[in-house]
Design a protein around this ligand. Structure first.
Ligand code: TMP
Length: 391
């Protein structure tokens, strides 16, 4: 059951330096609800190979917030679970795994250009997609793991059945699986429709994930609500047969919250669809009013999320003159699907700028803090989350 149509969209990380190419090749992005599992997914699902290749432009370690989060989490997991063997699915540039000194530290990262950034010998990197074949290969080489971690990766893989069957292959009987992904509840509450793009095939709720895991004899025993990526959940999961671990009260609490918000009812998503249309109308008005006053607006943080917003709202370089971003791979390329160029972020990028659209709104605090000098001088930030406004 479709509840949202975000119009013609490009692949969100398909950066090119050719303007004509940037505007070509779009598909219609719609989002649907599946009653059986209460699962939200985009309708057109691309194969991993098309999205994650040796030109992937996303590096986890570029944000201070993320570096600190991964470091703190690694410390906590070491203290709590003392893992001897750790596996990370979607390890990006090794920002999380580098904090471990376990006997065996294995990372899976199919984007070769990103995996190649990992220079630490202690990390065994497998440059492949996560599937049964790879799980078997890893098991044969390293045995089973007592800790498996995966952040913002599982929701990017089309076949969830294969994902969890493969995990079951390599997770020891008393092993812990920790996954974190954007929270559907936060997405719906914040009208952050830009969580939807081709890579985010699913946005999980606790209730949907519980149903999917049950089929694989896996069980969530703890949930942590996080601020990262615009509101995420960290799920601690065990094999159902492992009765040594008690179910934490956070599972029930989060379930109650989701049911109270009616995440198990289609009407909730229909209402969200209406809210998204209203958000678009208001953001367009806000931006056009500023442009009518002949003020400059640039974008800050060329996120995959801003690709959804720019394409859905139809913004071009007349409205958002250009974006600034710290990622070297995005420099001097067009924001996918648009004629808006991404420039390299410099310390004085915001000098003489009137307004900044916050593409990386999920790093609002980090960015506003970094740019406080300009804000004091009158620079204004615009966001659309939870509703379009000047901050
Ligand atoms: P993400 O929302 O998918 O994590 O992407 C964040 C993007 O924002 C990434 O391209 C890097 C960029 N960025 C900056 O350019 N400057 C910053 O200060 C931060 C935090 C992120």
């Amino acid at each position: 059951m479709i509840f949202l149509n975000l119009g013609h969209q490009p692949l969100a990380n398909n950066y090119t330096n050719k303007k004509e190419l940037s505007k070509k090749k779009k598909y219609i992005l719609t989002v649907q609800y599946q009653k059986k599992n209460n699962l939200i997914s985009i309708k057109k699902k691309f194969k991993s190979k098309i999205m994650f290749n040796n030109k992937y432009p996303y590096r986890s370690s570029l944000s201070k917030t993320m570096r600190k989060n991964f470091k703190d989490l690694a410390k906590n997991l070491i203290n709590k679970f003392h893992p001897k063997k750790i596996l990370e699915i979607g390890c990006n540039d090794g920002v999380f795994l580098k904090n471990f000194n376990s006997q065996v530290t294995v990372g899976v990262e199919p984007c070769k250009n990103i995996a190649d950034l990992i220079k630490l010998k202690k990390i065994n990197v497998h440059k492949n997609y996560w599937d049964l074949k790879l799980a078997n290969k890893i098991k044969n080489k390293h045995g089973k793991f007592d800790l498996i971690y995966s952040a913002n990766t599982i929701t990017h893989i089309k076949d969830l059945d294969i994902v969890f069957r493969s995990i079951n292959q390599v997770l020891s009987e008393e092993g812990i699986l920790v996954i974190e992904d954007p929270s559907l509840l936060e997405c719906i509450k914040n009208v952050s429709y830009d969580q939807f793009y081709n890579e985010h095939i699913y946005v999980f709720s606790l209730i949907s994930l519980q149903k999917i895991l049950k089929k694989h004899k896996l069980e969530i025993f703890k949930v942590e609500n996080l601020n990262v990526h615009g509101g995420s959940n960290r799920y601690y999961i065990k094999k159902s047969m492992n009765k040594k671990i008690r179910i934490n009260h956070s599972v029930k609490q989060n379930k109650i919250k989701e049911l109270k918000y009616k995440l198990d009812k289609f009407i909730t998503y229909r209402k969200f669809g209406k809210n998204v249309k209203e958000s678009k109308r208001k953001l367009k008005k806000l931006i056009l009013d500023i442009k009518n006053k002949k003020k400059s607006i640039i974008g800050y943080g060329a996120t995959a999320k801003s690709v959804t917003v720019m394409n859905y709202c139809g913004f071009k370089s007349d409205e958002i003159n250009y974006f600034v971003d710290t990622t070297p791979e995005k420099k001097n390329k067009y924001l996918p699907g648009t004629n808006i160029i991404v420039k390299k972020y410099k310390i004085n990028s915001l000098k003489n700028i009137d307004y900044v659209y916050l593409g990386a709104w999920n790093f609002k605090n980090e960015i506003l803090n970094k740019e406080r000098k300009y804000i004091k001088k009158g620079l204004k930030f615009i966001t659309h989350v939870p509703y379009p406004r000047i901050i």
